[in-house]
Design a protein around this ligand. Structure first.
Ligand code: ADP
Ligand code: MG
Length: 261
């Protein structure tokens, strides 16, 4: 971890986070801190609760117990005079708008061009004037290497290009935090590198990122920290090269042995 990020303020703090679906307890007390500017890769076998955890941070699911703070604010609830209150829809929308999320499937609007996909939320949600949103949208498309594809429809773009549009679309809301959920898992192998390169560039620009991925090379190279989850708990959390190259826990060793061979 670089010295800037070890002293940076905590941007995401998860305290004993629990989530159940009916009788199934999926998250069993997650404790995690992510500092501003840090890149944390979240590894773990399928079903370990990684997606659920990201969805809780972004309030796409409601928490069963525990607390998540983002930028010092409690997510979803607020405390007044020692009592907890559900936040209003408007307040939740405000909190969510500072978090960008990129999914495994790019889910772009199929009937909108790349540029229209990127400008939709700023225009509709933030009421940004169209000309301003388009100028910024073109900048973001250039940032992800797609300056010349602004007018292309998703069906005319490769999976890697679509995913890069999805990243530009998330960035258009000027997020303080970016969540990535296996952003390259649905891509043909030859398209993975271009998406990881955009993410690496974003990390270098200082974006705070939580990245669920099976790309161990990316995690080793780009992540400040690697967190290994299994069975709804954090099994191991440490500097990327330590967790990947010298894991302490048996479960981490077994998992890494499987994904790297
Ligand atoms: P991961 O992303 O690590 O593969 P998930 O967070 O997607 O894990 O899922 C963890 C567990 O929670 C799985 O057993 C999954 O079936 C279950 N799960 C996730 N979402 C729901 C849901 N909406 N309803 C019921 N079970 C769910
Ligand atoms: Mg998942």
């Amino acid at each position: 971890m670089s010295t800037e990020t070890t002293t940076a303020p905590v941007q995401v703090r998860a305290v004993d986070v629990r989530k159940s679906f009916g009788n199934l307890e999926v998250l069993k007390g997650i404790n995690l801190e992510v500092r501003r500017g840090e890149v944390v890769c979240l590894l773990g076998p399928s079903g370990s609760g990684k997606t659920t955890f990201l969805r809780l941070i972004n309030q796409m699911e409601t928490i069963t117990a525990g607390r998540i703070h983002v930028d010092g604010e409690l997510i979803g609830i607020e405390e007044r005079d020692g009592k907890l209150y559900q936040r209003t829809d408007k307040d939740i929308a405000r909190q969510r708008s500072s978090i960008g999320m990129v999914f495994q499937r790019f889910n772009l609007f199929p009937h909108k061009t790349a540029l229209e996909n990127v400008t939709e939320a700023p225009i509709v949600v933030k009421k940004t004037p169209r000309a301003t949103a388009e100028a910024r949208g073109r900048e973001l498309l250039a940032q992800v290497g797609l300056a010349d594809r602004a007018d292309s429809f998703p069906s005319h773009l490769s999976g890697g290009q679509q995913q890069r549009v999805a990243i530009a679309r998330a960035l258009a809301m000027d997020p303080e935090l970016m969540l990535f959920d296996e952003p390259t898992s649905a891509l043909d192998p030859e398209l993975v590198g271009e998406v990881l390169a955009v993410m690496k560039d974003l990390a270098a620009k200082g974006m705070t990122m939580i990245v669920v991925t099976h790309e161990i090379g990316f995690a080793r190279e780009v992540a400040d920290r690697v967190v290994f989850m299994d069975g709804g708990v954090v099994v191991e959390d440490g500097p990327a090269n330590q967790v990947i190259d010298h894991p302490r826990e048996e479960r981490t060793k077994t998992f890494l042995g499987r994904v790297t061979h």
